[in-house]
Design a protein around this ligand. Structure first.
Ligand SMILES: NC(=O)c1ccc[n+]([C@@H]2O[C@H](COP(=O)([O-])OP(=O)(O)OC[C@H]3O[C@@H](n4cnc5c(N)ncnc54)[C@H](O)[C@@H]3O)[C@@H](O)[C@H]2O)c1
Length: 334
């Protein structure tokens, strides 16, 4: 298995490190347009100069690859993914898939014709607490999912100190809390409660210094099976938390990232039953996601977020932006 990582900024570096840890690739190469960053990554991860490229065309001319990670800003994703698909390279594509629907159909067609596996980096689907809740819902024990509530926030300035200098500050590069952050939870909602069919979003810049993009998002959703959802997110509260509560006909389930556990309750006014999960470090969910991608490429198992799911979430992102701009409920096209 020969891997090419394209873009080794914050998340590309994490993917490179995770694939080294997984030790399932025979060779790892990367391309990074920024010369100082390229040298830094090569040195830190012991990648020979001949495997550290300045651009994708050179990397494709000088080597052949089975799999690739696309970890560049969102407007470049489809062009890079298309180029890789032409070479039959399986792809772990970072989220969001793109910033518009332009070129999406053509990319999906090419990927299918070339029989290329695509996993999109909606990595929360790998969180063991959410995976457990999804398994519980699928068991049928809890009955129909009626309502989903997500409350999350973090001190983004501390977690991502370079946020002013990177794509996050620029909407046209995929910046802002809708395209960069709450999109993860839209993908989770789609995974747990079915496709989002309509939504209304309120979003604003409230606090994050040095940027004008939205740092607070509140969205109400309706899902295909009738479930109602509410999602709230900010990027400046002190606690780094994500609390997702799923209310079903015969019980309630909750994922609590900060306490590293999921919980269930099946009696009205009863007691929570807590089940701990193991998330030893921030790389863990990426190890799980990337292992699933490797398994799928090797012909056993499924990727956690296939392309069609990421296309649906792209449509949700776009509807969320339209709603925030117009203060209206928006339909999400199928
Ligand atoms: N799934 C997650 O948890 C997660 C987390 C962070 C970012 N992301 C996503 O990953 C993408 C990248 O985010 P980031 O935080 O790493 O950004 P970043 O700005 O830190 O890194 C991007 C890197 O790509 C390089 N680059 C840009 N164009 C290139 C090209 N054509 N060829 C090679 N290198 C190129 C840049 O020089 C930079 O080093 C974004 O789409 C973002 O939304 C996902």
């Amino acid at each position: 298995m020969r891997l090419l990582v394209i873009g080794t900024g914050s998340i590309g570096e994490r993917h490179l490190r995770v694939f080294q840890q997984l030790d399932r690739c025979d060779a790892i190469a990367f391309c990074e347009t920024h010369p100082a960053r390229r040298a830094e990554i090569a040195q830190r991860y012991g990648i020979p100069e001949t495997f550290a490229f300045s651009d994708l065309d050179t990397a494709l001319a000088k080597g052949s690859y089975d799999i690739a990670v696309v970890a560049t800003p969102a407007p470049t994703h489809l062009d890079i993914g298309t180029r890789l698909a032409e070479f039959g390279v399986h792809q772990l594509m970072e989220k969001p898939l793109s910033l518009s629907l332009e070129g999406v159909e053509e990319y999906a067609r090419l990927v299918s014709e070339q029989d290329v596996t695509v996993a999109v980096g909606y990595v929360h689907r790998a969180h063991p607490a959410l995976a457990a809740i999804r398994r519980e819902i699928a068991s049928g024990r809890y009955g129909r999912l009626l309502e989903l509530n997500l409350a999350t926030g973090q001190s983004f300035a501390q977690i991502r100190p370079a946020y002013r200098e990177v794509y996050f500050a620029r909407p046209e590069m995929g910046g802002g809390a809708i395209n960069d952050m709450i999109t993860h939870y839209y993908s989770v909602g789609d995974w747990l409660a079915g496709p989002i069919t309509r939504l209304v979003t309120d979003a604003a810049h409230q606090s994050l210094a040095g940027v004008a993009v939205e740092d607070t998002v509140h969205t109400l959703t309706r899902h295909g099976n009738g479930a109602m959802g509410s999602y709230s997110l900010n990027l400046y509260q002190h606690p780094n938390e994500a609390l997702l509560t799923v209310v079903c006909e015969r019980g309630t389930l909750r994922a609590d990232y900060a306490r590293r556990r999921w919980s269930w309750m099946t009696d009205p006014g009863g007691e929570w039953n807590h089940v701990p999960v193991s998330v030893p470090d921030r790389d863990e969910i990426y190890r799980l996601q990337n292992s699933a991608f490797l398994d799928a490429v090797e012909g056993f198992g499924e990727v956690l977020c296939p392309l069609e799911d990421a296309i649906r979430t792209l449509k949700v992102n776009l509807a969320s932006h339209r709603s925030a701009a117009g203060s209206s409920w928006e339909e999400v096209p199928a």
